[in-house]
Design a protein around this ligand. Structure first.
Ligand SMILES: Cc1cc2nc3c(=O)[nH]c(=O)nc-3n(C[C@H](O)[C@H](O)[C@H](O)COP(=O)(O)OP(=O)(O)OC[C@H]3O[C@@H](n4cnc5c(N)ncnc54)[C@H](O)[C@@H]3O)c2cc1C
Length: 417
């Protein structure tokens, strides 16, 4: 199987899936299956990972997406598996979940590449966080103390050591933290691979199919797509940032998830002469080199609802943030720019588990970590479906940690990553 060839993208165009030749044809409209053991609503990284895992257990799984698989937040993601770099004060429970998923990733990759025949550009060089100037060093030191207290293997490096790891960085880089376990994948390839693996496992994927929950007698009955029904005793809602906004959920069920806008862009480099060989974070941006030569620069963090506009301010901030660390970006071609909507819950952690409606499960709110958390989420949902409860860290991330009817406490702030 050749490595997926990328489409040519222009400024302003949404990021589209890579073209992959030789796959099972999924372009024709699929009928809605009359029944399934499990119906999954939403075919992003989370819904597809869950569906593939359940299909591998021998269950009849049908996945519905109102658009094209992956075309939500998942294609917008950079693909960092950054448990250590993402650690925030008070984030110990989430860290446990992130680390558990990070440990699952190598097996997830092996199984997925074997099942689909599609390489997913898993790169295991680690992540380098850098400080530019004295004030940033102090903040980076705080971050490193936090990581050390959490038992992470993040290593403090001097400016010269950071530049030895990444020689293209400016001399203004005065210190860094090297996170040896924070790797990355290409989410677009992961989506294609999941899609293919699901179909090969006998799962159904129905696109352009807006689904709503169907219930009867106080429990789940399946999903409704237009005039069609798919009967299913278990339904998993994995609709990302749209979970609380569409009429997907039964009346009275509140899920505190909102869209958190992120703008990002891709620069073109020569893959034989990469500008970077590790993921690099500054306070302003992250820079992620991909095997095909793209250098992803991301991402803004904006409370703007579902406003998909790519703005001059967003692009300017991303490019300036990148240039502060890596001067060679000035010569690079801008290949694509895009916007995505992180599904963000009131406590920035995912919501995985049962709901008050019998048979209805939920897997959403993955915020900035949906790629990282896809394997653990899929495992947890498989356990919920087959055994009735999730094991390990995932058990603590159910919907019932929020007050019933919990409101969305969005602050109107801007920022990065
Ligand atoms: C710019 C940016 C960079 C990011 N970088 C990273 C990163 O480096 N690492 C990381 O781990 N995470 C990252 N993330 C976060 C990550 O992208 C998300 O957490 C993850 O993609 C969420 O996946 P999902 O499947 O829940 O949602 P989505 O991918 O949004 O999928 C939800 C799907 O549900 C469908 N849907 C909605 N309503 C219905 C309906 N009624 N019926 C049927 N289908 C419906 C939508 O069409 C959509 O396809 C980033 C996000 C952004 C925006």
């Amino acid at each position: 199987m050749p490595f997926p060839t990328l489409q040519t993208l222009s400024i302003g165009e949404r990021l589209r899936p890579p073209r992959v030749t030789g796959l099972a044809d999924s372009s024709e409209a699929k009928p809605v299956p009359a029944s399934a053991d499990v119906a999954v609503v939403g075919a992003g990284l989370i819904g597809l990972s869950i569906a593939w895992r359940l299909a591998r257990c021998g269950l009849a799984v049908a996945v519905f997406d109102r658009g094209t698989a992956g075309d939500g937040a998942s294609f917008a993601a950079t693909g960092m598996l950054a448990a250590a770099a993402e650690l925030e004060p008070g984030g110990e429970d989430l860290l446990a979940l992130c680390l558990e998923s990070q440990r699952l990733w190598p097996t997830f990759r092996d199984d997925l590449e074997a099942a689909s025949g599609i390489p997913i550009d898993y790169r295991d060089e680690g992540t380098l966080l850098v400080a530019l100037g004295r004030e940033e060093v102090e903040r980076l030191r705080f971050r490193h103390d936090l990581q050390s207290r959490a038992g992470l293997s993040a290593r403090w490096v001097s400016g010269p050591e950071a530049r030895a790891i990444e020689p293209g960085l400016r001399p203004a880089v005065t210190a860094g933290i090297f996170c040896p376990e924070d790797h990355q994948v290409d989410p677009r390839c992961v989506i294609q691979a999941l899609r293919q693996a699901l179909l090969k496992s006998g799962g159904d994927l129905v696109e352009n199919a807006s689904a709503v929950i169907d219930q009867a007698g106080g429990r789940i009955a399946g999903v409704q797509v237009g005039d069609n029904f798919c009967r299913a005793p278990v339904v998993v809602v994995a609709t990302g940032a749209w979970t609380a906004t569409d009429d997907i959920l039964p009346a009275g069920l509140t899920v505190p998830v909102r869209p958190l806008k992120g703008q990002a862009l891709a620069l073109r480099t020569d893959p034989r002469l990469p500008a970077l060989t590790h993921v690099v974070w500054t306070e302003d941006v992250h820079l992620a080199p991909k095997a095909d030569g793209r250098l992803i620069v991301g991402a803004t963090v904006e409370e703007r609802g579902f406003d998909a506009a790519v703005t001059a301010g967003g692009l300017y901030a991303l490019l300036e943030g990148a240039r502060r660390a890596l001067p060679s970006i000035e010569e690079m071609e801008v290949e694509a720019v895009w916007t995505g909507f992180r599904p963000t819950s009131d406590d920035d952690a995912p919501i995985i588990g049962a709901t008050p409606l019998d048979g209805l499960l939920i897997a959403t709110g993955h915020h900035r970590n949906g790629v990282l958390l896809a394997p653990i989420t899929a495992k947890a949902v498989e356990e919920l479906v087959t055994r009735g409860e999730a094991s390990g860290a995932a058990a603590g991330f159910a919907l019932d940690r929020f007050p019933p009817g919990g409101s969305i406490q969005a602050e109107n702030h801007g920022g990065f990553r």
